[in-house]
Design a protein around this ligand. Structure first.
Ligand SMILES: Nc1nc2c(ncn2[C@@H]2O[C@H](COP(=O)(O)OP(=O)(O)O)[C@@H](O)[C@H]2O)c(=O)[nH]1
Ligand SMILES: Nc1ncnc2c1ncn2[C@@H]1O[C@H](COP(=O)(O)OP(=O)(O)O)[C@@H](O)[C@H]1O
Length: 206
């Protein structure tokens, strides 16, 4: 059976721990999923690597990619553009490989329209005080940016209703286990098998 790969989308407010949880999943199951590296116009943070954490580009370069139809989705987030290059995702899914996107909610909703068969998981904090605490602890944002991210977080959490599953990131290992369990169950969803069997039936009855 040659099946298309699964598209797994992980969203959640900034600072909830998406990057941390995603890296923990990849550390355990490095060859199971393929991480789609996003493109962004934001400045590189210390320790980040171009082409590994993000493709860091100028606004002009980003807009050129949009015009050329090269983005699966994109969104503006706190003064910067973020988006998913289409080519990598398509190539991997066509090759039957599972692709993992870690993106914010507006982009995720664009993906949901284009790929309704995807698996949409929302990572949520135990509460908003803990979220603020995590963003401050991370130490990558000044206070004004933290406030902007917190305001945005409230709207983002309301978008949770558009996702298939919610996972509370209380402890990283527990969140990782919950996500892996969801993905395991998703592989056996009937909708993933039906198209293939329908095609086989057509061939058998010829
Ligand atoms: N729509 C969209 N959002 C993205 C993409 N890549 C990252 N993001 C999201 O953009 C937001 C800001 O990212 P970033 O500046 O790296 O901050 P951080 O996730 O809080 O470390 C986060 O919610 C990311 O998940 C992308 O390709 N598309
Ligand atoms: N379950 C958790 N408990 C406590 N701190 C966490 C947890 N998950 C992540 N963190 C911390 O919260 C901060 C934000 O995590 P990060 O992965 O950068 O979030 P995101 O990618 O969603 O913006 C980091 O300092 C990280 O170490």
């Amino acid at each position: 059976m040659s099946k298309r790969g699964m598209l797994i989308v992980l969203s959640g407010p900034s600072g909830v721990g998406k990057g941390t949880v995603r890296k923990a999943i990849f550390a355990q199951d490095n060859n199971k999923f393929h991480y789609s590296i996003s493109m962004t116009t934001r400045k590189m943070r210390p320790g980040e690597v171009n082409g590994k954490d993000y493709y860091f580009v100028s606004k002009k370069e980003f807009q050129a990619e949009i015009s050329a139809g090269q983005m699966l989705e994109y969104a503006q987030y706190v003064d910067n553009y973020y988006g998913t290059p289409l080519k990598y995702v398509n190539e991997m899914l066509d090759a039957g490989k599972d692709v993992f996107l870690e993106i914010e909610v507006n982009g995720a909703m664009q993906v949901r329209k284009k790929c309704p068969d995807g698996l949409f998981i929302f990572l949520t904090p135990p509460d908003l005080m803990e979220l603020r605490h995590r963003i401050i602890e991370r130490g990558t944002d000044d206070l004004a940016t933290i406030d902007k991210r917190m305001h945005k977080a409230v709207g983002e959490i309301e978008m949770m209703q558009n996702y298939d599953y919610a996972v509370v990131n209380d402890e990283v290992p527990a969140a990782v286990e919950k996500i892996k369990t969801i993905i395991r169950a998703e592989r056996w969803r009937v909708k993933r098998f039906l198209p293939d069997y329908k095609k086989q039936l057509g061939d058998v009855l010829k």
